[in-house]
Design a protein around this ligand. Structure first.
Ligand code: A2P
Length: 280
């Protein structure tokens, strides 16, 4: 169990990844994303999750460089994730997309690069390209996103490198227990996107009342639950106050009853797209 905001989990290739990070989906390129990333790093965050599709890699890279300078941090104290977008899947196109992400971020390397969605007929070729950039040392770990068990089974039947991470939609109404158990069995670390259900879960009575016992908000209860069930979490916020609030979860512990009550909120409900039925 992580003890502070900078604690890490050891991935299946030995690389250490922070349990907690900032998501920047829908953070606007330019001032908005730059100030969010800088606020997060100032607050002690060490992991930032972007993607080619978010159109803000340049701002993320700029913020990382400025924050390193201002906070006296080395590049190896930060952990940057990006992802290849669906229209660039395939072997050669992924190799190019990786270089584009690296150039936009303007960093020497990326820590974690993911296949953003399991595009049918394409994701295995995409994976071969990720294996190549990984073997060349341009990225410290590679993984997938939005993969269901059957996608992972299919990928693993041919992959040389086992994905280090699978980043999926996961929150109290979509607890992903079967996928979590499967991934744990394969050494694949599960990571939650939209841990707050894109903000929809924050008025949930169960979460609010559990929070009251500890003097915590529903958001903090959810994020603490992620860590206690063994899932990396990357809440998105562009607001400095909420960025600080979300990370203030290392001074309390949910009881086994609380965890069971939160697990019990599951409805297999997605706020985002279904990995078995998407058309982008
Ligand atoms: P904002 O960026 O204005 O803070 P998720 O990570 O599940 O996708 O949720 C992100 C959404 O939740 C965003 O709309 C974000 O808005 C909002 N949000 C993030 N943290 C909090 C918080 N602690 N309290 C309320 N809303 C939050």
């Amino acid at each position: 169990m992580p003890k502070n905001l900078q604690d890490t989990v050891k991935l299946n290739n030995g690389v250490h990844m922070p349990w907690f990070g900032l998501g920047v989906y829908k953070a606007q390129e330019g001032d908005e994303v730059v100030s969010a990333v800088k606020a997060a790093i100032r607050a002690g965050y060490r992991s930032i999750d972007t993607a080619a599709a978010y159109n803000n890699e340049e701002g993320v890279g700029q913020a990382v460089r400025e924050a390193m300078e201002e906070n006296g941090l080395r590049r190896d104290q930060l952990f940057i994730t990006s992802k290849v977008w669906n229209s660039n899947q395939g072997y050669e196109t992924t190799l190019q997309a990786f270089e584009t992400s690296l150039n936009k971020l303007n960093l020497e390397y990326i820590d974690l690069f993911l296949v953003h969605w399991p595009v049918k007929g394409k994701y295995k070729e995409t994976w071969r390209a990720l294996e190549k950039v990984y073997k060349e040392g341009k990225v410290r770990a590679i993984g997938v996103s939005n993969f269901q068990i059957h996608h992972l089974e299919d990928l693993l039947s041919e992959a040389e490198v086992v994905p280090a991470v699978n980043q999926v939609e996961l929150h109290p109404q979509l607890t992903q227990k079967e996928l979590l158990t499967y991934c744990q069995g394969k050494g694949i670390q599960l990571e939650a996107w939209s841990p707050l259900g894109q903000g929809h879960l924050l008025k949930n009575d169960t979460l609010v009342s559990i929070g009251k016992k500890y003097g915590k908000t529903a958001a903090q209860v959810i994020l603490r639950w992620d860590l206690q069930v063994g899932v990396i979490t990357i809440p998105k916020s562009v607001n400095e106050g909420r960025i600080i609030e979300n990370a203030d979860i290392f001074d309390f512990e949910l009881s086994a009853e609380d965890i069971a009550a939160i697990d019990g909120l599951n409805q297999n409900k997605r706020f985002g797209s279904d990995p078995d039925n998407f058309n982008f």
